[in-house]
Every structure is written in structure tokens, then in C-alpha cells.
Write a protein that binds this ligand. Structure first.
Ligand code: SF4
Length: 442
């Protein structure tokens, strides 16, 4: 846990010698607490104080990177239990499991489907992150499936081993891919750590209880195997949520370094609806990685949307650049719709304008990312702001008419807006879903 300035001050020599560049030890301590200076600036720190200060400056949950290249997955390095306290930084990795006993053609089809899970939502590209190859039989079958998957995906890999027999060869196949190797247990720990020690991999640690997980992570850490993810195995949803919460709480509130790693959960149910609900629950609290047994498009679309929302800064709504957007083959007679620069609002309006097939302009007003009614209530979406935007974007040089369509929810401002802007105001539908019919009839 990060130390306060006063906690740090207690560890300093308190001689005010100024060699660190600060007038007093207290001033140095305050800068250290803000991470504005390095511990090394004070040459008189005791070894013990130095170690405490260096440890306290480490992130409470280690940042772990699985895979390489642009599709690598970074998880961990979170600072808070609750999103509203700050924000969640590294979105939970979502992956799918492929069993090695599937026929080759089915493995290829499933992999192709997983590779294609990419969606665009409110201007962001969303995609899955991992493919896990699960060993069900002997090593020959598993290595064959692993080779096939490894050669045909750029997603990060999870090697789900049943025994350690094929691990050496698997590490050769995935040599440059920095896979997650799942998993080290108290029963295989010695052999497992020997096998992975000199390889660039992330290690999954699995045990039913947190004490055993702690013991295993301490052993691995001491051996220099530092990038770990934690799994408490198959449990009920409530028990799993308890474990995930305890791991996060121990790391953040108790500075328990042996649990300061991202968590991993495997969701593998017969019923894909149950699976999606369970995966969603763990994305909310506090899985770093969720591996799923099925691979249905509707599952992944809803999970990626949920993840996007959870990992958005609650204090900074997603917003787009405030400007004039042409939609379709616009002309000087195209209608002009006015909305805010909140991404979700803009992309909803955009989708409906596209669906109408009526080429139009959208004026996106800078409302600091607020939606229509919120911005109106906060006086960010006012006749003055709309007038300013219309002038700034040179709308009168682009269209030959003088009509603005405003959202139905802010009909109340239409008179004032006409007076301020000099444009004729038409009140549009309240809901974006009404836009296609509205544009076709206008
Ligand atoms: S160098 Fe160390 S002892 Fe000297 S003022 Fe700075 S913090 Fe205090």
C-alpha cells in the first residue's frame, strides 16, 4: 500500500542536510509520496527504510503481459476496489477454450470464429484476447492442436496442461509468443517451476484456498517467476465472487504482495446463457481473465459491451470530437441534426441516420461528453453553445437552407435557439429510433 508523506517522513534520517535538493526531510517525504522524486536522492537512508519505501512504491497488483505484439494482453495494476473511486485500468481479458480432442476441421472452424470476434462500438474496436488450448488426452494430441492454433491466430495463447509431459515441447512451439501456462499447483510446483524458469511465460497458479495460493506465489516469486495469475478453481458463483473480492482486497487494503496478481476464472457450462451470465458477473468483480467454454457471437458481443462500460473512466464519459459530420452523399440541401458529443449518443444518432438512408449532417456540440438531457440540465447544451458550434463549424457555407433539427427532449429551447442563432428550429423525435421515419417525412 502506498505510504503517506508522514509515514515516509518517519523513515527518513530527519537531519535536514539538504543533499536531496530539498530544504527539509519533510519536503522530500512529501515529494516521495507524490512519486515526484526517487528514493535514491537521499544517500542516508537505512537499508531497511530503503526496502520499505521501494516496496511501497510497487503497484499493489502486478501488471502482467500475456502474448506479444499488438494483440498482447495487459492485466492487473489496478488501484481501487470500486470503480467510482478512480477507475479500472486494464480491461479483463476474455478468451475461449478449444479442446484438443476436437477433429482438426472443427478446431480450425472454432478458431476462425474466435479470430473474427471483433466489433466496433461507440468508436472503439472491441475484440477478444485469448485462445486456450485444453489438454484432454495424451501429449501428442495436445501438441498437434497447439501447433494448429498457434499457427493460425495472432491472439495470445493459454496452454492448459493436464500433465507436464508435453510442456517442454509446447514452450518450444510458443517460444516467441509469451503464453500463459496454466497451471502450477502445490503438487507439481517443483517440476513446473523448473520447466518454465528460463522461458518468457506467464504462470497460472491454482489452488482451492488463498493460503495455498500465497505459498505457491511466494515460491515462484523467490525463483524469479514474477508474472502470475491466480485461480481458485471450480466453485459456485458466490464462492468465486468471495475469492475474487478477497484477492483484490488483500492486495489493495492489506498490501499482501503474495496475492497481488490478476485473477483468472474459467467458465465452462453446458448452458451458454448460464455461461454468459457467469462470465459477466466475474468481469464486473474482479476477474483479470475470463476463459469461456462456448463461443457464441451473442455471448461475446454482450460481454465485450459490458467490459467496455466497466473499464470506462466514470468521471470521463466516452466522447467524440465536436464537429460537423457528413453522413452519406450529402448535398447543400441535406438536413442538419444537432446532438451532443457523448459517444453513445452520437453513434446512436449516426446509426439511425444511416438506417434512414437520407444523407444528413450531424452537428456534434461539445458538451464534455454528456448526453442530451444531462448536458441540457448542466447547461452544456444550450442555445448559446449550439449557436457557437453552428458558427464555428461554418454550417451556413455547407448548406443552402437554414433549418436545424434538435432532439425532442430539448424542445423547450427551440424559441430561444431560433432567436440566438437565426436558424429555423425543427423539433425532432425524442428517441433516436424515431429518426429514420422523421427524416423520410421531413
Ligand atoms: S538527503 Fe535525506 S537526510 Fe538529507 S534532507 Fe534529504 S531526506 Fe533528509
Amino acid at each position: 500500500m502506498a505510504l503517506s508523506g508522514l509515514d515516509i517522513y518517519k523513515l527518513l534520517p530527519k537531519t535536514n542536510c539538504r543533499e536531496c535538493g530539498f530544504v527539509t526531510c519533510l519536503a522530500f517525504a512529501m515529494q516521495l509520496a507524490k512519486k515526484a522524486v526517487s528514493v535514491d536522492k537521499c544517500p542516508y537512508l537505512s537499508q531497511q527504510a530503503k526496502q520499505i519505501l521501494e516496496t511501497s512504491s510497487l503497484p499493489p497488483i502486478k501488471l502482467v503481459t500475456i502474448g506479444t505484439g499488438e494483440n498482447r494482453l495487459e492485466v492487473g495494476n489496478e488501484n481501487v476496489l470500486f470503480r467510482h473511486e478512480e477507475k479500472f485500468y486494464h480491461p479483463c481479458g476474455i478468451g475461449f477454450i478449444i479442446d484438443d480432442d476436437l477433429p482438426e476441421e472443427q478446431i480450425k472452424q472454432r478458431l476462425e470464429k474466435i479470430n473474427s470476434f471483433r466489433f466496433e462500438r461507440v468508436g472503439q474496436n472491441l475484440q477478444v484476447n485469448l485462445v486456450a488450448i485444453r489438454q484432454t488426452g495424451d501429449k501428442t494430441q495436445w501438441l498437434k492442436a497447439l501447433r494448429l492454433v498457434s499457427d493460425n491466430t495472432s491472439l495470445s495463447l493459454v496452454l492448459m496442461i493436464k500433465d507436464l509431459e508435453g510442456l517442454n515441447e509446447a514452450l518450444e512451439i510458443t517460444r516467441d509468443k509469451k503464453p500463459l501456462v496454466y497451471c502450477a499447483t502445490e503438487n507439481n510446483l517443483t517440476e513446473f517451476s523448473k520447466l518454465v524458469q528460463d522461458h518468457n511465460v506467464v504462470v497460472g497458479v491454482c489452488a482451492k484456498d488463498l493460503d495455498t495460493i500465497s505459498e505457491i506465489t511466494k515460491v515462484l516469486d523467490a525463483q524469479g517467476i514474477k508474472e502470475l495469475v491466480l485461480d481458485t478453481g471450480k466453485k459456485s458463483i458466490s464462492d468465486k465472487i468471495w475469492d475474487l473480492t478477497q484477492i483484490r482486497r488483500q492486495a489493495l487494503k492489506r498490501s499482501n504482495r503474495s496475492l497481488g496478481y490478476p485473477s483468472l476464472v474459467i467458465v465452462d457450462r453446458q448452458d451458454p446463457y448460464q455461461e454468459a451470465i457467469e462470465a459477466a458477473t466475474y468481469i464486473l468483480k474482479y476477474a483479470g481473465i475470463v476463459l469461456i467454454g462456448s463461443a457464441e457471437s451473442w455471448q461475446i458481443l454482450s460481454l465485450l459491451t459490458l467490459r467496455q462500460n466497466i473499464y470506462t473512466d466514470p468521471q470521463k464519459p466516452l466522447q467524440i470530437e465536436a464537429k460537423l459530420y457528413p453522413v452519406g452523399q450529402v448535398s447543400h440541401e441535406s438536413p442538419v441534426l444537432v446532438t451532443t458529443n457523448f459517444s453513445l449518443t452520437y453513434y446512436t444518432v449516426l446509426g439511425e441516420v444511416e438506417a434512414s438512408k437520407v444523407p444528413s449532417y450531424i452537428v456534434s456540440v461539445d458538451t464534455e461528453g454528456m448526453s442530451v438531457l444531462t448536458a441540457w440540465a448542466a447547461e452544456k447544451f444550450t442555445p448559446e453553445k449550439i449557436t457557437e458550434s453552428v458558427t464555428k463549424f461554418g454550417l451556413k457555407d455547407v448548406v443552402s437552407h437554414n433549418r436545424l433539427i434538435i432532439p425532442g427532449y430539448v424542445a423547450v429551447m427551440s424559441g430561444d435557439l431560433e432567436d440566438k442563432s437565426g436558424w429555423k428550429v425543427i423539433v425532432g423525435p425524442k428517441e433516436a429510433a424515431g429518426i429514420p421515419a422523421f427524416l423520410k417525412n421531413i
